[in-house]
Design a protein around this ligand. Structure first.
Ligand SMILES: [Cu+2]
Length: 357
């Protein structure tokens, strides 16, 4: 800790600027300059960058398209593994995904699912990441093509780590989770709009060192996104880039399907504290996240407890941003969570938390 933290600068007092203060000022500047305390955040111990990534031919196809400890499919959240290093593998695939009765689309995925798997680690952990581009091994819908991975939780050179790799290639690189929070990952291959709209996104949860300051009885992951579909009567629909550019979605969804969690409600009990990890991946719209029938006791913007708000009715989440929302279930009932931008709600961005006996 800086020896000066207990003696904050008090702007209302006149210290004068005499030679007697000069050594102190020099000392303060020196401390700030060497990456100590900055705005209350200790940046000591953070790991910036990493070694050059490797690109190699893809190995044999495994039984699943993702692997690693602390990985789950939303809304479930697996416990973060008690390890300092995590081997995370996500395969890129091209899939047909059903989003509603008789509505299918040609998705591009991480791990074969949309949204991609939830990755749960802890602040300070290292991720050994492997992406394998298997877009050439799926059903021949959209053609094989290059893909990539951009982790918002990482602090690395995007020119080499976030490079695109072609079909049949495997990319490996490492990064360290310096900051706690809820972070987006997505394909960064141009046109990025098309790759995200086609399903290439997911959530990383980085637990703070020492954990969260509250105890939650229930935890769920919610990923909000937009779908822009063109109409095809003969085969699965494709992403409509014109609609995406005009920001006119067909559906706005939590966890991949319109009103998915009306059909599959999240469970809770009266009196329980629920913690929702909410990520808005866009690619174009914001989320005005609200839970009908309760008040958000705590909101941590971007999922970092340093960014705490209390007693919120609605939290605005930008495209590629996130929030952790905690609230109490006040009594038995069904609590509907919505994007309170109600056009988005009508297009599917709503779901239920059932607290019925
Ligand atoms: Cu891609």
């Amino acid at each position: 800790m800086s020896p000066f933290r207990s003696r904050p600068w008090t702007g209302g007092r006149s210290f004068g600027w005499s030679a007697s203060w000069l050594p102190l000022a020099v000392a303060v500047l020196a401390l700030n300059g060497c990456g100590g305390k900055q705005d209350g955040l200790d940046t000591k111990g953070m790991v910036y960058g990493g070694s050059s990534p490797t690109v190699s031919p893809a190995g044999p196809v495994a039984s699943t398209h993702y692997s690693g400890m602390g990985i789950s499919v939303a809304p479930e959240i697996a416990p973060a593994a008690n390890a300092a290093t995590h081997d995370i593998r996500l395969d890129v695939t091209h899939e047909v995904i059903q989003v509603a009765d008789s509505v299918r689309y040609q998705a591009w995925t991480f791990g074969g699912v949309v949204p991609g798997p939830v990755i749960h680690i802890r602040q300070g952990d290292r991720v050994n990441f492997t992406l394998t581009n298997r877009s050439d091994q799926a059903i021949p819908l959209t053609p094989p093509m290059p893909h990539s991975m951009d982790f918002h939780a990482a602090m690395v050179n995007p020119l080499d780590k976030y490079q695109s790799v072609g079909p049949g290639a495997q990319l490996r690189y490492e990064w360290v989770a310096n900051y706690p929070g809820v972070f987006m990952y997505h394909c960064a291959t141009p046109p990025v709009l098309q790759h995200i709209a086609s399903g290439m996104f997911g959530m990383v949860i980085v637990d703070p060192k020492g954990g969260y300051p509250t105890h939650a009885d229930r935890e769920y992951a919610l990923v909000e996104s937009e779908l822009y579909l063109s109409k095809s009567r003969t085969r699965a629909e494709m992403i409509d880039m014109k609609a995406a550019l005009q920001k006119t979605p067909t559906y706005v969804v939590f966890n991949g399907k319109p009103q998915r969690h009306v059909a599959e409600p999240l469970k809770a009990k009266p009196g329980e504290r629920v913690r929702l990890y909410v990520l808005d991946v866009g690619p174009n719209g914001t989320s005005s996240f609200h839970v009908i029938g309760t008040i958000l006791d705590r909101v941590w913007l971007d999922g970092d407890p340093a960014n705490e708000l209390r007693g919120m009715q609605t939290v605005l989440i930008p495209a590629s941003g996130a929030a952790i929302c905690e609230f109490v279930i006040p009594e038995a009932g069904i609590y509907t969570f919505v994007d309170h931008e109600f056009a988005d709600c009508e297009m599917g961005a709503m779901g239920h938390i059932s607290a019925l006996p």
